[in-house]
Design a protein around this ligand. Structure first.
Ligand code: CA
Length: 404
């Protein structure tokens, strides 16, 4: 569609509203708005118009201003509460120093539309150009109470520093990237993003949720907000925008039950392993006989483990490695004297074990030697010595509760 036709036919342009659902209240928290243009019988997306770099930014500002006025007026007239998410690109915001948008918002504030209900979405790609000017403008907007969301976050991990500088209120993550059986890589990205969000006090919003699996993923990974066709499509009428296609409370109850069962199952593994070690503890003859002690344990952990050793509270390995190769346990005496205190949580975990006299199961991590995903079960043998049992990938793989 010719950009000139778009601008000259403003009366054919209308906003649509797509509900955003709160993970806390399980109800609609706000709406992202998009533009649609009438073309004969059908309504077309204005996405191409806004994403086209050849369209003058002034045109985009004009169309967006038109849409914003309709949105704010309709929200006020229908007493619709909640946030309004609007999309703006960096260049467009910079036209006239971003004053057009601010003036409109101030005018609507006078009419009772609080500034903190406005969420401006900028995309991470915008950070590449004119970042300094953009961040100044956005920080200025923030002083009025306007909220900032970074859209499509995670697409470029190099921007983490810039996201930190901006301290946005919301990070929007595209859930569409995950595929049902291949979510490992994405899982790591999400984990980093959730840490970042936590540090800067931003809420995670998972968008493009299209099925139950993705909703569960969003719930499990700490999303504050959900958005996507699975929950609600964009609609013209605000009165239709309260409807959510699935019963979010019911879904979340399912996720909670499932998660609780997995946590319980995982705990049972740990309790079972604790029992095995405890039953042999009378045979613990101190550090001088440490290898003989592990030797008696190998049969107990033949299915679960491929490597066992004992460290003292300084992280120093005081035993040989017991290493299972092709079904047989071999000792690797040269590993004695290694120090593992540099590992994440090592000292904290040993102190915890000493205080509680309980075993600890690590998270999943990639083993440096085998490159496989493993977990480590550790247990306090005494005040100073700690047993480490590395659980092999095949056992983890067969037990779903250990996979997560
Ligand atoms: Ca968006």
């Amino acid at each position: 569609m010719d950009p000139l036709d778009v601008v000259s036919d403003l009366h054919k342009i209308k906003p649509v509203y797509q509900p955003i659902v709160s993970a806390i209240r399980h109800s609609v928290a706000g709406y992202e708005t998009f533009g649609r243009i009438q073309n004969g019988e059908e309504w077309l997306s204005l996405g191409d118009f806004f994403h086209n770099r050849d369209v003058p930014e002034e045109f985009k500002v004009e169309v967006d201003q038109h849409l914003l006025h309709i949105v704010m007026t309709e929200m006020l007239e229908t007493n619709t509460e909640g946030y309004v998410f609007i999309n703006r690109n960096a260049k467009q915001l910079m036209v006239n120093n971003g004053e057009d948008l601010l003036e409109s918002l101030l005018m609507f504030e006078q009419k009772g539309f609080a500034m903190n209900r406005i969420v401006i979405e900028v995309t991470e790609h915008d950070f590449d150009e004119e970042f300094e000017e953009l961040i100044h403008l956005l920080l200025y907007y923030k002083t009025f109470g306007i909220q900032i969301a970074v859209d499509d976050v995670g697409a470029k991990s190099s921007n983490i520093d810039r996201i930190r500088q901006l301290e946005p209120h919301i990070l929007k993550v595209d859930t569409g990237i995950i595929r049902h059986n291949d979510s490992d890589g994405f899982h790591d990205i999400i984990y980093s993003l959730s840490l970042l969000a936590h540090r800067i006090g931003a809420a995670l919003l998972f968008e493009n949720i299209e099925d139950n699996f993705q909703l569960q993923f969003a719930w499990k990974h700490g999303g504050h907000f959900y958005q996507g066709f699975y929950l609600a499509r964009p609609v013209f009428e605000l009165k239709d925008a309260h409807h959510i296609s699935v019963n979010v409370s019911e879904k979340i109850t399912d996720y909670i039950l499932r998660e609780k069962a997995l946590v319980e199952d995982r705990r049972n593994h740990v309790l079972h392993w604790e029992q095995k070690v405890k039953s042999l503890l009378p045979q613990w003859g101190g550090v001088k006989k440490v290898d003989a002690f592990i030797d008696t344990l190998t049969a107990q952990f033949n299915t679960e483990s491929f490597r066992m050793f004992v460290c003292n509270s300084y992280g120093e390995q005081v035993s040989a490695n017991f290493r299972k190769r092709e079904g047989n346990w071999e000792t690797e005496p040269d590993k004695k004297g290694s120090n593992w205190a540099f590992r994440p949580y090592f000292l904290e975990n040993t102190m915890e074990m000493r205080t509680s006299s309980r075993g600890i199961l690590s998270e999943n991590y990639s083993d440096i030697e085998t490159r496989e995903m493993i977990r480590t079960f550790s247990f306090p043998l005494s005040e100073q010595y700690f047993l480490f049992v590395d659980i092999c990938y095949s056992f983890i793989y067969e037990n779903e509760s250990l996979l997560i």
